[in-house]
Design a protein around this ligand. Structure first.
Ligand code: F6P
Length: 534
């Protein structure tokens, strides 16, 4: 296929030659493969073993991917990002999530380090000044203002006792907030309203309801219990919400990259400042590795290139992320936003159509996923490369059960890679075709020695940088998200139709869609009819 970001001939040739080979052959002919295609990264309090030997690649492919990455400007754009240049060109913004975890002796420009220092100070002061009798925190936010903090809290809860309980409400579905506040005492609850834009319908609606709940619960000064995190402090004032404290986040930090900003305030309130610092330390370690390690050792670089290889070159259109860890159960949801909101684009930076498929990411937690969608992974007609994530030290009460968990993860990667032929499977001849599994299905395993807050940060940082690498390989702008805008505008108009009020006529894009298409009209009419009966 020609067009922006099309596959270079050398990689296309290598991919063709691999079609006549298999992971069985590749392991049989290269006894050193498992070692040459794996790396170990030291993270201070733990280590990460990154095994990509079960990917359908050779050292020649990896070398060719590195050259393509150089040609496509991965390293130049990385430099521009670190220097704070406006690489998010469609929004005229720099991209500073990496700078947010920079420390005073880092090489980041002083202006960017200052952003990080403001954020750290604001979070620290807020945590220190929050009275201990406020024993509950409810985080209101959606997308990046929810998924990162929720993932961190869920994972940290497995590692240390919480100092406050933290709950999350993100959806406009009123049940979400109803459940989040159920059983809480409003007099002892801090509400964190997280919204970079502070105009997000869901978050503001939930914030208004949460304030009403505080007042109804006898809180006479709700402002003392409502904190906002935003890049738009003026909108906080204009919203009319009683907000006592506003923490800033730079416009240059994208919502899905906001784990290193003040957005995870709820995490620091719930699990302590040290926990959040450790997460950011892990991210910083990976930043230094991503910028400083040579290509051949660079874990996020290799991970991002493998995703691109599988999707753009081999044509496997989706990737499944399967953490074998209850603590990381929210990782697939977090990565769906990170990767698909970043790279789910069909034009490149110059507006030309992208020539190859951009990624679809999905997944679930192991072993549960084995009893749900793994049938398809093993025998379905589509090949879905997998990222397995696990940790050798368990966080639950049984070491032996944790060993079984890790055994399952390793066994799944083995079964996917090597399969079993009809001849090997044995048994009744009529069943052999049904019981055989084709194998040759690629996977990467990220095995941590222990899951610590630092490992968690390193994992998130690794995925952020891999997403960056993949985006540059596609030639897309990984930092905008125009695709979600039209739906937001149309929702406002449809809501107005439902309520019989005047809709949003301000969006040209929404205006271009006929307000009167028959299906939409029918659905609105049916809903109006049925809601009247509620
Ligand atoms: O869905 C689009 C989006 O803008 C995401 O990028 C973002 O994380 C989410 O909405 C929430 O935005 P905000 O933090 O501005 O409320």
């Amino acid at each position: 296929m020609s067009g922006a970001g099309s596959v270079p001939p050398q990689l296309a040739t290598l991919a063709r030659s691999l079609r006549t080979s298999s992971l069985r052959d590749l392991f049989a002919t290269d006894v050193g493969r498992a070692d040459s295609l794996s790396r170990t990264l030291s993270l201070g309090d733990c280590e990460l073993f990154f095994d990509f030997s079960k990917q359908l690649v050779t050292t020649q492919v990896i070398e060719a991917l590195f050259s393509t990455a150089h040609e496509r400007g991965v390293f130049d754009v990385r430099k521009q990002m670190i220097a704070g240049e406006a690489i998010n060109h469609t929004e005229g913004r720099a991209v500073t999530h990496v700078a947010m975890r920079a420390v005073s002796d880092s090489t980041a420009p002083a202006s960017l380090r200052a952003l990080a220092e403001v954020s750290r100070r604001e979070v620290r002061e807020t945590v220190q000044q929050t009275p201990a009798h406020n024993t509950h925190v409810v985080n209101l936010g959606i997308g990046g203002s929810d998924l990162g903090p929720a993932l961190l809290c869920d994972a940290l809860a497995a590692m240390r006792p919480p100092q406050r309980s933290v709950r999350f409400a993100s959806n406009i579905d009123p049940l979400d907030l109803d459940r989040a506040i159920e059983g809480l005492d409003p007099r002892h609850t801090i509400v964190v309203v997280c919204s970079k834009a502070f105009g997000t319908t869901e978050t503001l609606a939930n914030a208004r309801r949460a304030v009403a709940w505080l007042k109804a619960g006898g809180v006479s000064n709700p402002g003392a219990q409502v904190i906002a995190v935003t890049s738009q402090p003026d909108r906080v004032a204009a919203s009319g919400l009683p907000v006592g404290r506003v923490l800033s986040m730079p416009e240059s930090v994208g919502g899905r990259y906001s784990v290193s900003s003040a957005v995870p305030l709820a995490v620091a309130l719930g699990f302590g400042l040290d926990a959040l610092h450790d997460v950011h330390d892990g991210m910083r370690l990976v930043d230094e590795h991503f910028v400083g390690a040579r290509d051949a050792d660079n874990v996020p670089l290799i991970l991002g290139l493998l995703w691109w290889w599988n999707t753009a070159v081999l044509g496997h259109t989706s990737v499944a992320v399967v953490p074998y860890s209850r603590a990381l159960a929210l990782l697939p949801a977090y990565l769906q936003q990170l990767i698909m909101e970043s790279n789910g684009k069909s034009v490149d930076r110059d507006g030309r159509p992208v020539a190859v498929s951009t990624p679809v990411v999905w997944g679930g937690v192991g072993t549960n996923a084995q009893h749900a969608f793994f049938q398809m992974l093993h025998q379905g007609t589509q090949v879905v490369p997998c990222d397995f994530v696990g940790h050798s030290a368990g966080l639950g009460a049984s070491h032996s059960d944790h060993d079984t968990l890790v055994a399952n993860m390793i066994a799944q990667s083995q079964a996917l890679a090597f399969g079993v032929t009809a001849d090997e499977v044995g048994g009744a001849a009529t069943l052999r075709a049904h019981r055989a599994t084709p194998g040759n299905r690629p996977s990467t395993t990220l095995l941590f020695s222990r899951l610590t807050p630092r490992a968690l940060g390193a994992l998130i940082g690794t995925y952020e940088h891999a997403t960056f690498v993949e985006g540059v390989m596609y030639g897309v702008n990984s930092f905008d998200q125009w695709g979600v805008e039209l739906g937001k505008h149309l929702a406002a108009r449809v809501a107005a139709d439902i309520n019989g009020t005047v809709g949003d006529a301000t969006s040209t894009a929404a205006g271009a869609i006929r307000a009167t298409d028959a299906s939409t009209t029918n659905l609105v009419a049916r809903h109006r009819q049925w809601r009247n009966g509620r």
